[in-house]
Write a protein that binds this ligand. Structure first.
Ligand code: GRF
Length: 201
């Protein structure tokens, strides 16, 4: 299966997908990497792997709708079977959502702590367990049907950086496993949940 991955920062989730796709039995490969800003490590990771990249900056467009249309066209050029938003810090609108299935990974147990500061918010709330979530994105912020989740403990003395790194170790594995299974086995959306293959979960 053909993946287009969208990044805005370090791209370690992207790197995990690149590493996994080196094994032909994984069944998916990254055909392009897109970003909303230039000069980020995520783009360098793609270039080092000889994978085409594109950048579409919101500020280059007169309206958000124009940006949405432009980024959907860049994605479409690579004919993906699945688009994966991995640390992409923009909400994608209907031009993309209507054209492609879009997976998003979030460093909290949705519906708790959605948005750009899920790790900080969970820590501030004093939870003892947080985690990461893979969802099929809809027009909302981190609000689509849930595909996979995994819990991560919050430890005494954690700060946002330490906790986020602990979550990302789990998140990268969960994303790689989930993307691979969805591409190999297919999936169905049933209400607020997505079932992969003939999963009973
Ligand atoms: C991930 O934890 C993602 O869930 C969050 O930001 C982080 C991006 O990390 N939105 P990376 O760019 O994949 O290293």
């Amino acid at each position: 299966g053909r993946l287009v991955v969208l990044v805005s920062g370090s791209g370690t989730n992207l790197q995990a997908l690149l590493d996994a796709s080196a094994d032909p039995s994984y069944g998916a490969r990254v055909v392009a990497v897109g970003a909303d800003r230039a000069g980020i490590e995520g783009l360098s990771r793609a270039t080092r792997a000889d994978i085409p990249t594109f950048v579409e900056k919101l500020g280059d467009y007169a309206t958000r709708a124009d940006w949405d249309t432009a980024i959907a066209a860049r994605i479409a050029a690579y004919e993906p079977d699945l688009v994966v938003s991995a640390g992409f810090m923009k909400i994608l609108g209907t031009p993309t959502l209507d054209a492609f299935p879009l997976l998003n990974t979030h460093p909290a147990l949705l519906p708790s702590f959605p948005g750009a500061h899920g790790v900080r918010d969970a820590l501030a709330h004093g939870v003892k367990v947080t985690g990461c979530t893979v969802i099929l994105a809809d027009q909302g912020v981190d609000s689509g049907p849930i595909v996979a989740q995994q819990a991560v403990p919050v430890l005494a003395g954690d700060d946002e950086k330490v906790l986020h790194e602990r979550i990302k170790t789990v998140e990268r594995r969960l994303l790689v496993e989930t993307v691979g299974r969805m591409v190999r086995e297919g999936w169905t959306v049933s209400g607020r949940s997505v079932r992969i293959g003939n999963d009973t979960r």
